[in-house]
Design a protein around this ligand. Structure first.
Ligand code: ADP
Ligand code: GN1
Ligand code: MG
Length: 346
């Protein structure tokens, strides 16, 4: 099990140093996941670029650059990573003090604050030179391609698990048009590419323990040009769910429309009016699409033998896929209500 936090990708450790004249110093140390990120140097180039850009803006705005952005601690040779004798890449960050991440929304205000923070993150990066960013995971949120990869995983069925999840596979195959929706809109140049976070789970934003405000967006491995709709949607699929991502009793899983509304409000405020009318109108579709994509990824990983998402028990990726599909189904039933909510905040 991963010693710190509950991310599915990197191995995170908390180091505590007792240094006489300095007191207690905390550092986050991470072993980067080489399966997910085959080019770790490019990941770190993106992260140092983005964090130094944010740092400047935070200082200009009178904020605290130690707490409002990640700060990479360089290795002794000055590089933002360290390669160990087995070839693994490690990196470290200053620990953000007096703040926490959450795996479930405890109070709607927390979700609202996370929405403002993610919206704000995107607006702070709206003038970042996008052409300098590496694509750290190829076609990361190309849902049309994810659908093709899913079909391939079913056909190959390397673990012999497909027969036991026929119902789930059928659920996916019946919904190809969801997978194609944004790709086709991009083909028609209807949606703008922006610098986005691409992994906007609630536990990727730190909330201040005292004020409850979203102070720092973390987990910057996938900051790349992308769609605002995907950033919005990924937050909804995780945070507006009434149950944990790996809940085994799927009768507990649904999309909480109050939380959906709270997030719409915060995200639009955070984006500061930058979204186009069509982007705003498509927000509910963003929630369905990202949930569907994530479900396909979990189920494909289950079929392929769980080598991408860390699991802590048997069939955990299958359980995760099932919660996502239940959410997709639930949001399909609630689509007109979701649209009406978005309409209120336009
Ligand atoms: P993963 O990619 O595996 O999700 P994250 O970068 O999100 O890894 O880190 C996992 C967890 O570690 C976070 O959810 C958060 O709780 C904690 N964490 C990460 N960076 C920091 C930091 N700089 N300060 C404090 N906690 C952090
Ligand atoms: C992973 O790294 P983490 O746990 O924040 C994944 C996301 C998924 C998410 C599902 C790089 O996020 O894309 O949506 O799990 N990150 C990567 O919980 O694949
Ligand atoms: Mg994370």
């Amino acid at each position: 099990d991963c010693p710190y936090g509950s991310g599915h990708i990197n191995d995170t450790f908390l180091l505590i140093f007792e240094i006489a004249e300095m007191g207690r110093i905390k550092v986050i140390l991470q072993r980067m996941n080489s399966t997910a990120f085959p080019k770790p140097i490019e990941v770190m180039e993106n992260i140092t670029g983005v964090t130094s850009f944010l740092k400047k803006k935070i200082i200009e705005n009178g904020g605290d650059p130690e707490r409002e952005t990640l700060n990479v601690i360089p290795a002794v040779d000055g590089k933002p990573y360290y390669i160990d004798s087995t070839g693994d890449y490690w990196r470290s960050y200053k620990f953000i003090t007096d703040a926490s991440t959450y795996d479930l929304v405890e109070k709607p205000e927390q979700f609202y604050e996370s929405a403002v923070a993610f919206g704000n993150f995107q607006s702070l990066l709206s003038d970042y030179p996008a052409e300098t960013l590496h694509e750290t995971i190829e076609k990361f949120h190309d849902t049309r391609n994810r659908f093709a990869l899913f079909k391939k995983a079913v056909e190959e069925d390397v673990m012999g698990r497909a027969a036991s999840v026929e119902k789930e596979i059928r659920f996916v195959l019946e919904r190809e048009e969801i997978a194609n929706c944004f790709a086709e809109m991009l083909d028609r140049h209807e949606l703008p590419l922006r610098v986005t976070h691409n992994d906007t789970k609630l536990n990727n934003v730190m909330l201040d323990d005292k004020t409850g405000k979203g102070i720092c967006v973390i987990d910057l491995d996938t900051v790349m040009p992308g769609l605002s709709l995907n950033d919005f949607g990924d937050s909804i699929r995780f945070g507006a769910s009434t149950a944990a991502e790996d809940e085994q009793d799927i009768s507990k899983v649904s999309c909480d429309l109050h939380l959906f509304e709270v997030y719409v409000k915060g995200f639009l405020e955070g984006c500061g009016g930058a979204l186009t009318d069509l982007e705003v109108e498509m927000l509910p579709m963003g929630a369905i699409l990202m949930t569907f994509e994530c479900g396909m990824r979990f189920l494909a990983d289950h079929l392929e033998g769980d080598h991408y998402f860390r699991i802590h028990r048997e069939n955990q990726n299958l359980d995760r896929a099932r919660t996502q599909f239940k959410l997709v189904w639930d949001m399909e039933q609630k689509l007109s209500e979701m649209k009406a909510i978005v309409e209120k905040y336009k």
